[in-house]
Design a protein around this ligand. Structure first.
Ligand SMILES: NC(=O)c1ccc[n+]([C@@H]2O[C@H](COP(=O)([O-])OP(=O)(O)OC[C@H]3O[C@@H](n4cnc5c(N)ncnc54)[C@H](O)[C@@H]3O)[C@@H](O)[C@H]2O)c1
Length: 265
């Protein structure tokens, strides 16, 4: 199946994470489809990924950006336009479950919102004139936390709730330009960031086994590639009549009967 993503300029925030992070997986899969991935991240690893792409003859760009700084976001978009003259897709992926809970300060709460929510607004806002030209689309990466809560993470939960609200708001706002806006909702995906977190626990293996058991479908976490596959399908023209949707890639975590968990081995 040809997704028709060849030569599309696809901007992905938070895409210079470690290998197998969700952002890195998406840019790798985009490159495999012949798209031009643009990595917007503050981590120098972005240069390494882009050099690797270029060594295999794949065009790509890294814009070293602190996504919480509006001026740096504006500059990143200007850099993309200077190089390619177009933006076809924005994937707002940056996000850190930073544990800013009710005991955190007001400043910490606002910082969490800046990273996890305001950065989505900024990238979309600055890319919008070019999305209008390309009749492009927006994909926001959400979390089950917005719907289920987690405890101890007010900032991230509020931000991810906002991400879902903005997905629908933009679907309505931008329908007049033929721009689609959708969200992916992830529950538990085994990324390097997840692995780092498990290592901080006294018994990470037991915690992992417990989490796996809580996932109805196949008692396992979602693979980053499974998220990438759905992401690429949603941003492609094969999803040309899908907008304002929340697509769950969660092995049934949010919706299926809790009784299933007791059936899991
Ligand atoms: N892994 C999961 O189980 C899970 C569950 C639900 C939602 N998600 C969402 O999926 C997305 C990706 O998650 P991941 O685990 O692959 O992330 P990750 O932690 O591996 O990557 C986050 C990236 O964001 C970048 N970043 C952080 N702060 C930044 C800043 N101020 N400016 C620029 N870049 C910055 C980091 O450099 C890193 O490359 C996030 O939105 C996350 O909320 C993940």
């Amino acid at each position: 199946m040809d997704l028709g993503l060849k030569n599309k300029v696809v901007v992905v925030s938070g895409s210079a994470g470690k290998e197998s992070s969700i952002g890195e997986t998406m840019v790798r899969m985009l490159a495999e489809e012949g798209a031009i991935p643009v990595l917007v991240d503050r981590n120098e690893r972005g240069n390494v990924y882009v050099e690797k792409f270029k060594a295999s003859g794949i065009d790509a760009l890294f814009c070293k950006t602190n996504v919480t700084d509006p001026r740096q976001m504006e500059t990143a978009v200007a850099e993309i336009i200077q190089k390619y003259g177009r933006i076809d897709v924005v994937i707002n992926n940056v996000g850190v479950n930073d544990g800013v809970g009710l005991s955190a300060t007001y400043e910490e709460f606002m910082e969490s919102l800046k990273l996890n929510l305001a950065s989505y607004f900024l990238l979309t806002k600055y890319a919008l004139p070019y999305l209008k030209e390309s009749k492009g689309n927006i994909l926001n990466i959400g979390s089950k936390v917005a719907l289920t809560g987690q405890g101890g993470t007010s900032g991230y939960a509020a931000a991810k709730g906002g991400v879902l609200a903005l997905t629908r708001e933009w679907a309505v706002d931008l329908i007049q330009y033929g721009i689609r806006s959708n969200a992916l909702i992830i529950a538990e995906s085994y990324t390097p960031a997840y692995d780092d977190w498990l290592k901080t626990l006294p018994d990470g293996d037991a915690a992992l086994a417990k989490i796996n058991k809580s996932i109805p479908f196949e008692s396992r976490m979602t693979k980053p590639e499974e998220i990438g596959n759905t992401a690429l399908f949603l941003i492609s023209d094969l999803s040309s009549h899908t907008t304002g949707q929340f697509v769950f890639i969660d092995g049934g975590y949010v919706h299926l009967d809790r009784a299933l968990i007791n059936l899991n081995p």
